[in-house]
Design a protein around this ligand. Structure first.
Ligand code: NCD
Ligand code: ZN
Length: 362
């Protein structure tokens, strides 16, 4: 085989406008404060439904979408082309007709499965997997994807093995039982997941976060406990991180961008029992760019950020583009939240960020 041409070192790169296939923008004051960071650089985002109470009906999703558009217009009065894509929070009693109505009306883009108590605001999630089979059968029939927080919460299963056990116990059998159903395993965190996704593509795709690409568990726990690296699924070993970087930068179409940006008020992040989730939207596209640059794979960035996700969902890629340039700037340490929540700290806040969005067209 001829040697691969090394990717040239570049200082500027223009890519189709990215989409975020996994985003938490919350509600109220937190929504207003966090959404603009995503709307600035992304064309669309899959909006996670884990509010309190969760978004389980078409009516609730329409109302939430309105609140998102209101926040958008307040923050960017000059106009924005950003589009939220709404999801339906799956639970034991979800009515297949509700999912179908929401999909047909263009309200639901996907259905999201949280195992009960797996992560932030998942208490109302699924407890009995037999009960959701009729919904899954209907989803297969109408063609709406199932997004999963894929972690087995059986107390017998070690927290570092939750993802692997989920794949073995749940996802693998489901792909056989529902061969026409499209799945997304969200925020994959392990080499086992990378290998599995490759074997199950194109039926199954996966999102990868900037922090699972950047950190290992020694960064999180090895030199003091860093609560700001605590998220679900928990950050794993260096071998896992390397497998994720290899997957994201490989060009394989089954892997795509999902930041899992998830702001929390600082008090809750730093509480005795702290909340899982990192707020990375202010630096997300820049951090992905850094990861791809370090892997010598800037030529694969656009596929991961802007093409593979739409392909998996059967949607067109964005027509607009953004340009990133190598130029340092300092990330804000925190964002202010109106009201009692006060503030939320930013992932890589206060650090020098290596890439900057120079231009966002459209
Ligand atoms: C997310 C959140 O805070 O809503 N937290 C996280 O640790 N990733 C929920 C989720 O996606 O699991
Ligand atoms: Zn999740």
């Amino acid at each position: 085989m001829p040697p691969e041409t090394p990717a040239p070192s570049v200082d500027r790169i223009t890519i189709r406008k990215p989409d975020d296939w996994h985003l938490h923008v919350r509600d109220g004051a937190m929504l207003k404060a966090s959404l603009p960071f995503t709307a600035r650089n992304f064309g669309r985002a899959i909006i996670m439904p884990n509010l309190l109470p969760p978004v389980t009906t078409v009516k609730e999703a329409i109302a939430y979408r309105e609140r998102i558009y209101d926040a958008l217009h307040q923050a960017l009065p000059e106009g924005s082309t950003f589009q939220p894509m709404m999801t339906c929070y799956l639970h034991d009693m979800t009515d297949p007709d509700e999912v179908e109505a929401g999909f047909r009306d263009g309200v639901f883009t996907a259905v999201k499965l949280y195992p009960a108590n797996a992560t932030t605001n998942s208490a109302a999630g699924v407890t009995d997997y037999r009960k959701i089979r009729p919904v899954m059968a209907r989803m297969e029939k109408i063609g709406i994807p199932l997004l999963m927080h894929g972690e087995e919460v059986d107390p017998e299963v070690d927290v570092f093995d939750r993802e692997a056990v989920w794949i073995e116990r749940r996802l693998q059998p489901w792909t056989k039982d529902f061969p026409g159903l499209k799945f997304v395993l969200e925020h994959i965190s392990s080499k086992i997941a990378v290998d599995y996704i490759r074997s199950a593509a194109p039926q199954v795709g996966a999102t990868i976060t900037p922090y699972h690409l950047t950190h290992n568990r020694t960064d999180w726990l090895g030199w003091g406990n860093r609560p700001y690296l605590y998220c679900m699924p928990v950050i794993k070993t260096e071998a896992d991180r390397r497998a994720l970087v290899e997957a994201a930068t490989s060009g394989d179409k089954c892997f795509f961008l999902g930041t899992d940006s998830a702001p929390h008020p600082v008090e809750r992040k730093l509480a005795v029992v702290g909340s899982a989730g990192l707020f990375n939207a202010p630096v997300a596209i820049e951090q992905y760019t850094k990861v791809f640059e370090q892997a010598g794979a800037l030529n694969k960035l656009e596929g991961f950020t802007s093409l593979n996700g739409p392909l998996h969902y059967g949607l067109p890629a964005n027509a607009e583009s953004i340009t990133l340039e190598r130029s340092t700037w300092t990330a804000p340490e925190e964002i202010k939240i109106d009201g009692p929540d006060g503030r939320a700290l930013v992932y890589r806040g206060g650090e020098q960020i290596e890439w900057r969005v120079a231009d966002s067209v459209g």
